[in-house]
Design a protein around this ligand. Structure first.
Ligand code: PLP
Length: 315
């Protein structure tokens, strides 16, 4: 098996001080649009849709969603129609994420928060299925059983690339961590860094995604103290630390997903959580396109952050 992404060793004064080795699995480099975990999660979903000769895909996301952006492009490439059920107002349709999604042919159906909350509700999904027969519904974040199979392949690649003790990933909807658990079969310690403020439901969400035989595995945990105030929230100081880390390592990160993993890593190492000689792998899940929404809303300064994978769409 040839690895889809490379493994890159990184150095940082804090790693050196604590005698920890860190390498990063560059899934962000698999494709600059279908970046990071999106590629892994969509791969078998789209294959399944093609094999089933589905009329199209229906999926869900917010106005700045990495999943929406990636799924729109992946379906465009595969010549598969796609409908995005988008949480938010139509007035957002020209933002970077959605303008590109629309450009690639995604049909954008905007819904209010109340309706969006029904995204996993059986009767709402049945209703959607009736409205769009022969379409395949892929949940928010692309996290379903088929996604797990794609993510699990990361572990096979890693086992060929190196030996390690701990693998760390950011956690949003849980599909990535669940796929890693499935692929890992309890060989390593797996740590998920929750990027949102939650009280324990992410753990059960991950468990629910796992097949019965993997539910009893206990080599994984989710750390809930590194969300920096909640989903897509962070202080300027947090953002600055992420930027500094990018400068030291020469790797682009953003503060919504991978950046929170970096902040967690630094704190864990500094607090002595890992024994000297511990070997850590970070999964780079991509997400650079998400910076666009931060620039558009003036939350981050475009001149200080990585260049977006594509220029803004002209209206
Ligand atoms: C860039 C990025 N990293 C990490 C995640 C978290 O992955 P998951 O939703 O599978 O937990 C997401 C969301 O899907 C994401 O967009």
């Amino acid at each position: 098996m040839t690895a889809l992404s490379k493994l890159q060793s990184i150095s940082h004064p804090i790693f050196k001080k604590h005698h920890i080795s860190v390498a990063i699995k560059r899934d962000d480099q698999i494709n600059n649009i279908i970046s990071g975990n999106k590629w892994r999660k969509l791969k078998h979903n789209l294959r399944h849709a093609k094999a089933a000769t589905a009329k199209g895909i229906i999926t869900f996301g917010g106005c700045f969603s990495n999943h929406i952006h990636a799924a729109a492009f992946a379906c465009y490439q595969q010549n598969l129609p796609i409908i995005g059920i988008i949480r938010g107002e139509v007035s957002n349709q020209d933002n970077y994420t959605l303008a590109w999604a629309k450009h690639w042919g995604m049909q954008l159906n905007f819904v209010d928060r109340k309706t969006y909350r029904l995204r996993n509700d059986e009767s709402y999904l049945q209703q959607l299925q009736q409205q769009y027969p022969d379409h395949i519904i892929v949940p928010e974040g692309g996290s379903n059983t088929l996604a797990l199979a794609g993510v699990a392949e990361i572990i096979d690649e890693l086992n060929q690339q190196t030996e390690f003790d701990t693998l760390i990933t950011p956690v949003g909807s849980g599909g990535t961590l669940a796929g890693l658990i499935l692929g890992d079969k309890a060989q390593h310690q797996l740590i998920g860094i929750s990027v949102l403020k939650q009280q324990g439901y992410l753990e059960s969400q991950v468990e629910e995604l796992l097949p019965a035989e993997a539910k009893k595995l206990n080599n994984w945990s989710i750390m809930n103290q590194y969300h920096c105030g909640g989903y897509a929230k962070f202080s300027q100081q947090d953002a600055e630390k992420v930027r500094e880390f990018s400068q030291v390592t020469g790797i682009d990160f953003e503060p919504v997903y991978s950046g929170k993993m970096i902040l967690a890593l630094l704190e864990l190492i500094e607090s002595g959580y890992f024994q000297p000689q511990h070997r850590i792998i970070l999964l780079h899940t991509g997400g650079i396109q998400g910076l666009a929404g931060m620039f558009e809303r003036g939350i981050l300064n475009e001149d200080e952050w990585p260049t977006l994978p594509l220029p803004p769409m002209s209206k």
